[in-house]
Design a binder for this molecule. Structure first.
Ligand SMILES: Cc1ncc(C[n+]2csc(CCOP(=O)(O)OP(=O)(O)O)c2C)c(N)n1
Ligand SMILES: [Mg+2]
Length: 354
């Protein structure tokens, strides 16, 4: 069971520090599931670190780094069933990997290539949402619709601390609460919206406090503790399935990498705090927990890292093997009945591009 540490604003935790703070356990998680969680964390970490390199090499475009957000993503997805749907923001771009999506698909998305589009029904993963919070009503509407159809499905929407200031978040949360939609509103509170600190987003003591206004429980969890995230999400899933409605989960961390490859945080961030966070990053924290529990050996960990690297090597090779998209794609899905001048524009574009 996870403990609540009141000194830290009710942040739920399971993983101890190997010293004064003892390790907890999550009921029902056996060795195989603990290792599967680790595999997922390493896959996401490897995806993220390789992507920054691919960006520097000019092989993908601007990329939203999620280093140290892996525990929030892997922990929460592991608490879902395959039939539940995921609504990611750009920060969770690679979350589909945890549902069997090829790495090449996500890398193609970041290359701006149509091979990066997928059918959400294939994975139960909606399109990556870049406008802040607009997918919160989508997820809630999906969850409500599933309930009307008598389907036993939960939807989870991922968004940041900054998103909680958006109208779409408010509309989605209000609707979810009133309709008792089987939805989970998962806030990754990394304490920054690019250069805007969370203190500018709300005067409330915590983001989880907002839940009371929407008539749903608000849970605060240590976002670097994959087991605490898993357990909090599992409880939210159980509530949703039981018809008790939505939950707002606030997973707290501190952004330990730039917002994206186009950002220079050195002019606004607290470097000491970043250093602290990096030293206590979520993959290492879980790895040490598993070692203390005798579940993971150094050799197994190495094998898992090698497997993840192979996934990425194969992923970038197949993304780069895609033929360039035809320029007509720019026009293809804009109109059901394209106005005649568009054909002229396309001819002109082809002429310019040779
Ligand atoms: C509607 C909208 N407004 C502004 C932006 C520009 N923008 C991109 S990321 C971002 C910050 C979002 O911060 P947060 O919600 O905390 O998520 P994080 O990036 O920290 O995961 C902003 C304002 C946008 N994408 N969409
Ligand atoms: Mg943020």
């Amino acid at each position: 069971m996870s403990r609540v540490l009141p000194a830290e604003g009710g942040l739920r935790r399971v993983i101890g520090d190997g010293d004064a703070l003892p390790d907890g356990e999550v009921e029902g998680l056996g060795r195989d599931q603990l290792l599967a969680l680790y595999r997922n964390l390493v896959l996401l970490r490897t995806y993220d670190e390789r992507s920054v390199i691919y960006h520097r090499q000019g092989r993908i475009g601007t990329y939203a780094i999620f280093w140290n957000h892996e525990a929030m993503q892997a922990g929460s997805v592991s608490a879902l069933e395959e039939r539940d749907w995921i609504f990611p923001s750009y920060r969770e771009s690679a979350i589909g990997l945890l549902r069997g999506m090829p790495a090449s698909t996500v890398l193609s998305w970041w290359r701006g290539h149509p091979a990066g589009w997928w059918n959400p029904q294939d994975y139960g993963v909606a399109s990556i949402c870049v406008p802040i919070a607009t997918h919160v009503p989508h997820a809630v509407g999906f969850a409500w619709g599933a309930r009307l159809k008598g389907e036993d499905r939960v939807a989870i929407a991922y968004f940041g601390d900054g998103a909680t200031s958006e109208g779409a978040f408010h509309e989605g949360a209000t609707f979810a609460g009133v309709m008792k939609a089987p939805a989970i509103l998962f806030c990754n509170n990394n304490q920054w919206a690019i250069s805007t600190p969370v203190s500018a987003q709300t005067a409330a003591p915590t983001l989880a406090d907002k839940a009371i206004g929407y008539g749903m429980p608000g849970v605060r969890v240590d976002g670097g503790d994959v087991l605490a995230v898993y357990e909090a999400t599992r409880e939210a899933v159980e509530r949703a399935r039981a018809g008790e409605g939505p939950t707002l989960i606030e997973a707290v961390s501190y952004r330990a990498a730039p917002h994206a490859t186009a950002d220079d945080p050195s002019i606004y961030i607290d470097e000491e705090r970043v250093q602290e966070e990096r030293e206590n990053e979520c993959v290492g924290r879980y790895e040490r927990y598993l070692e203390r529990a005798g579940v993971l050996s150094a050799a197994e960990a190495e094998e898992i890292r090698i497997d993840a690297l192979a996934v990425m090597r194969e992923g970038i090779a197949s993304a780069e093997a895609e033929p360039p998209a035809d320029v007509s794609l720019v026009f293809d899905h804009a109109y059901a009945n394209p106005p005649p001048p568009l054909a002229t524009d396309l001819d002109e574009l082809r002429r310019i591009l040779g």
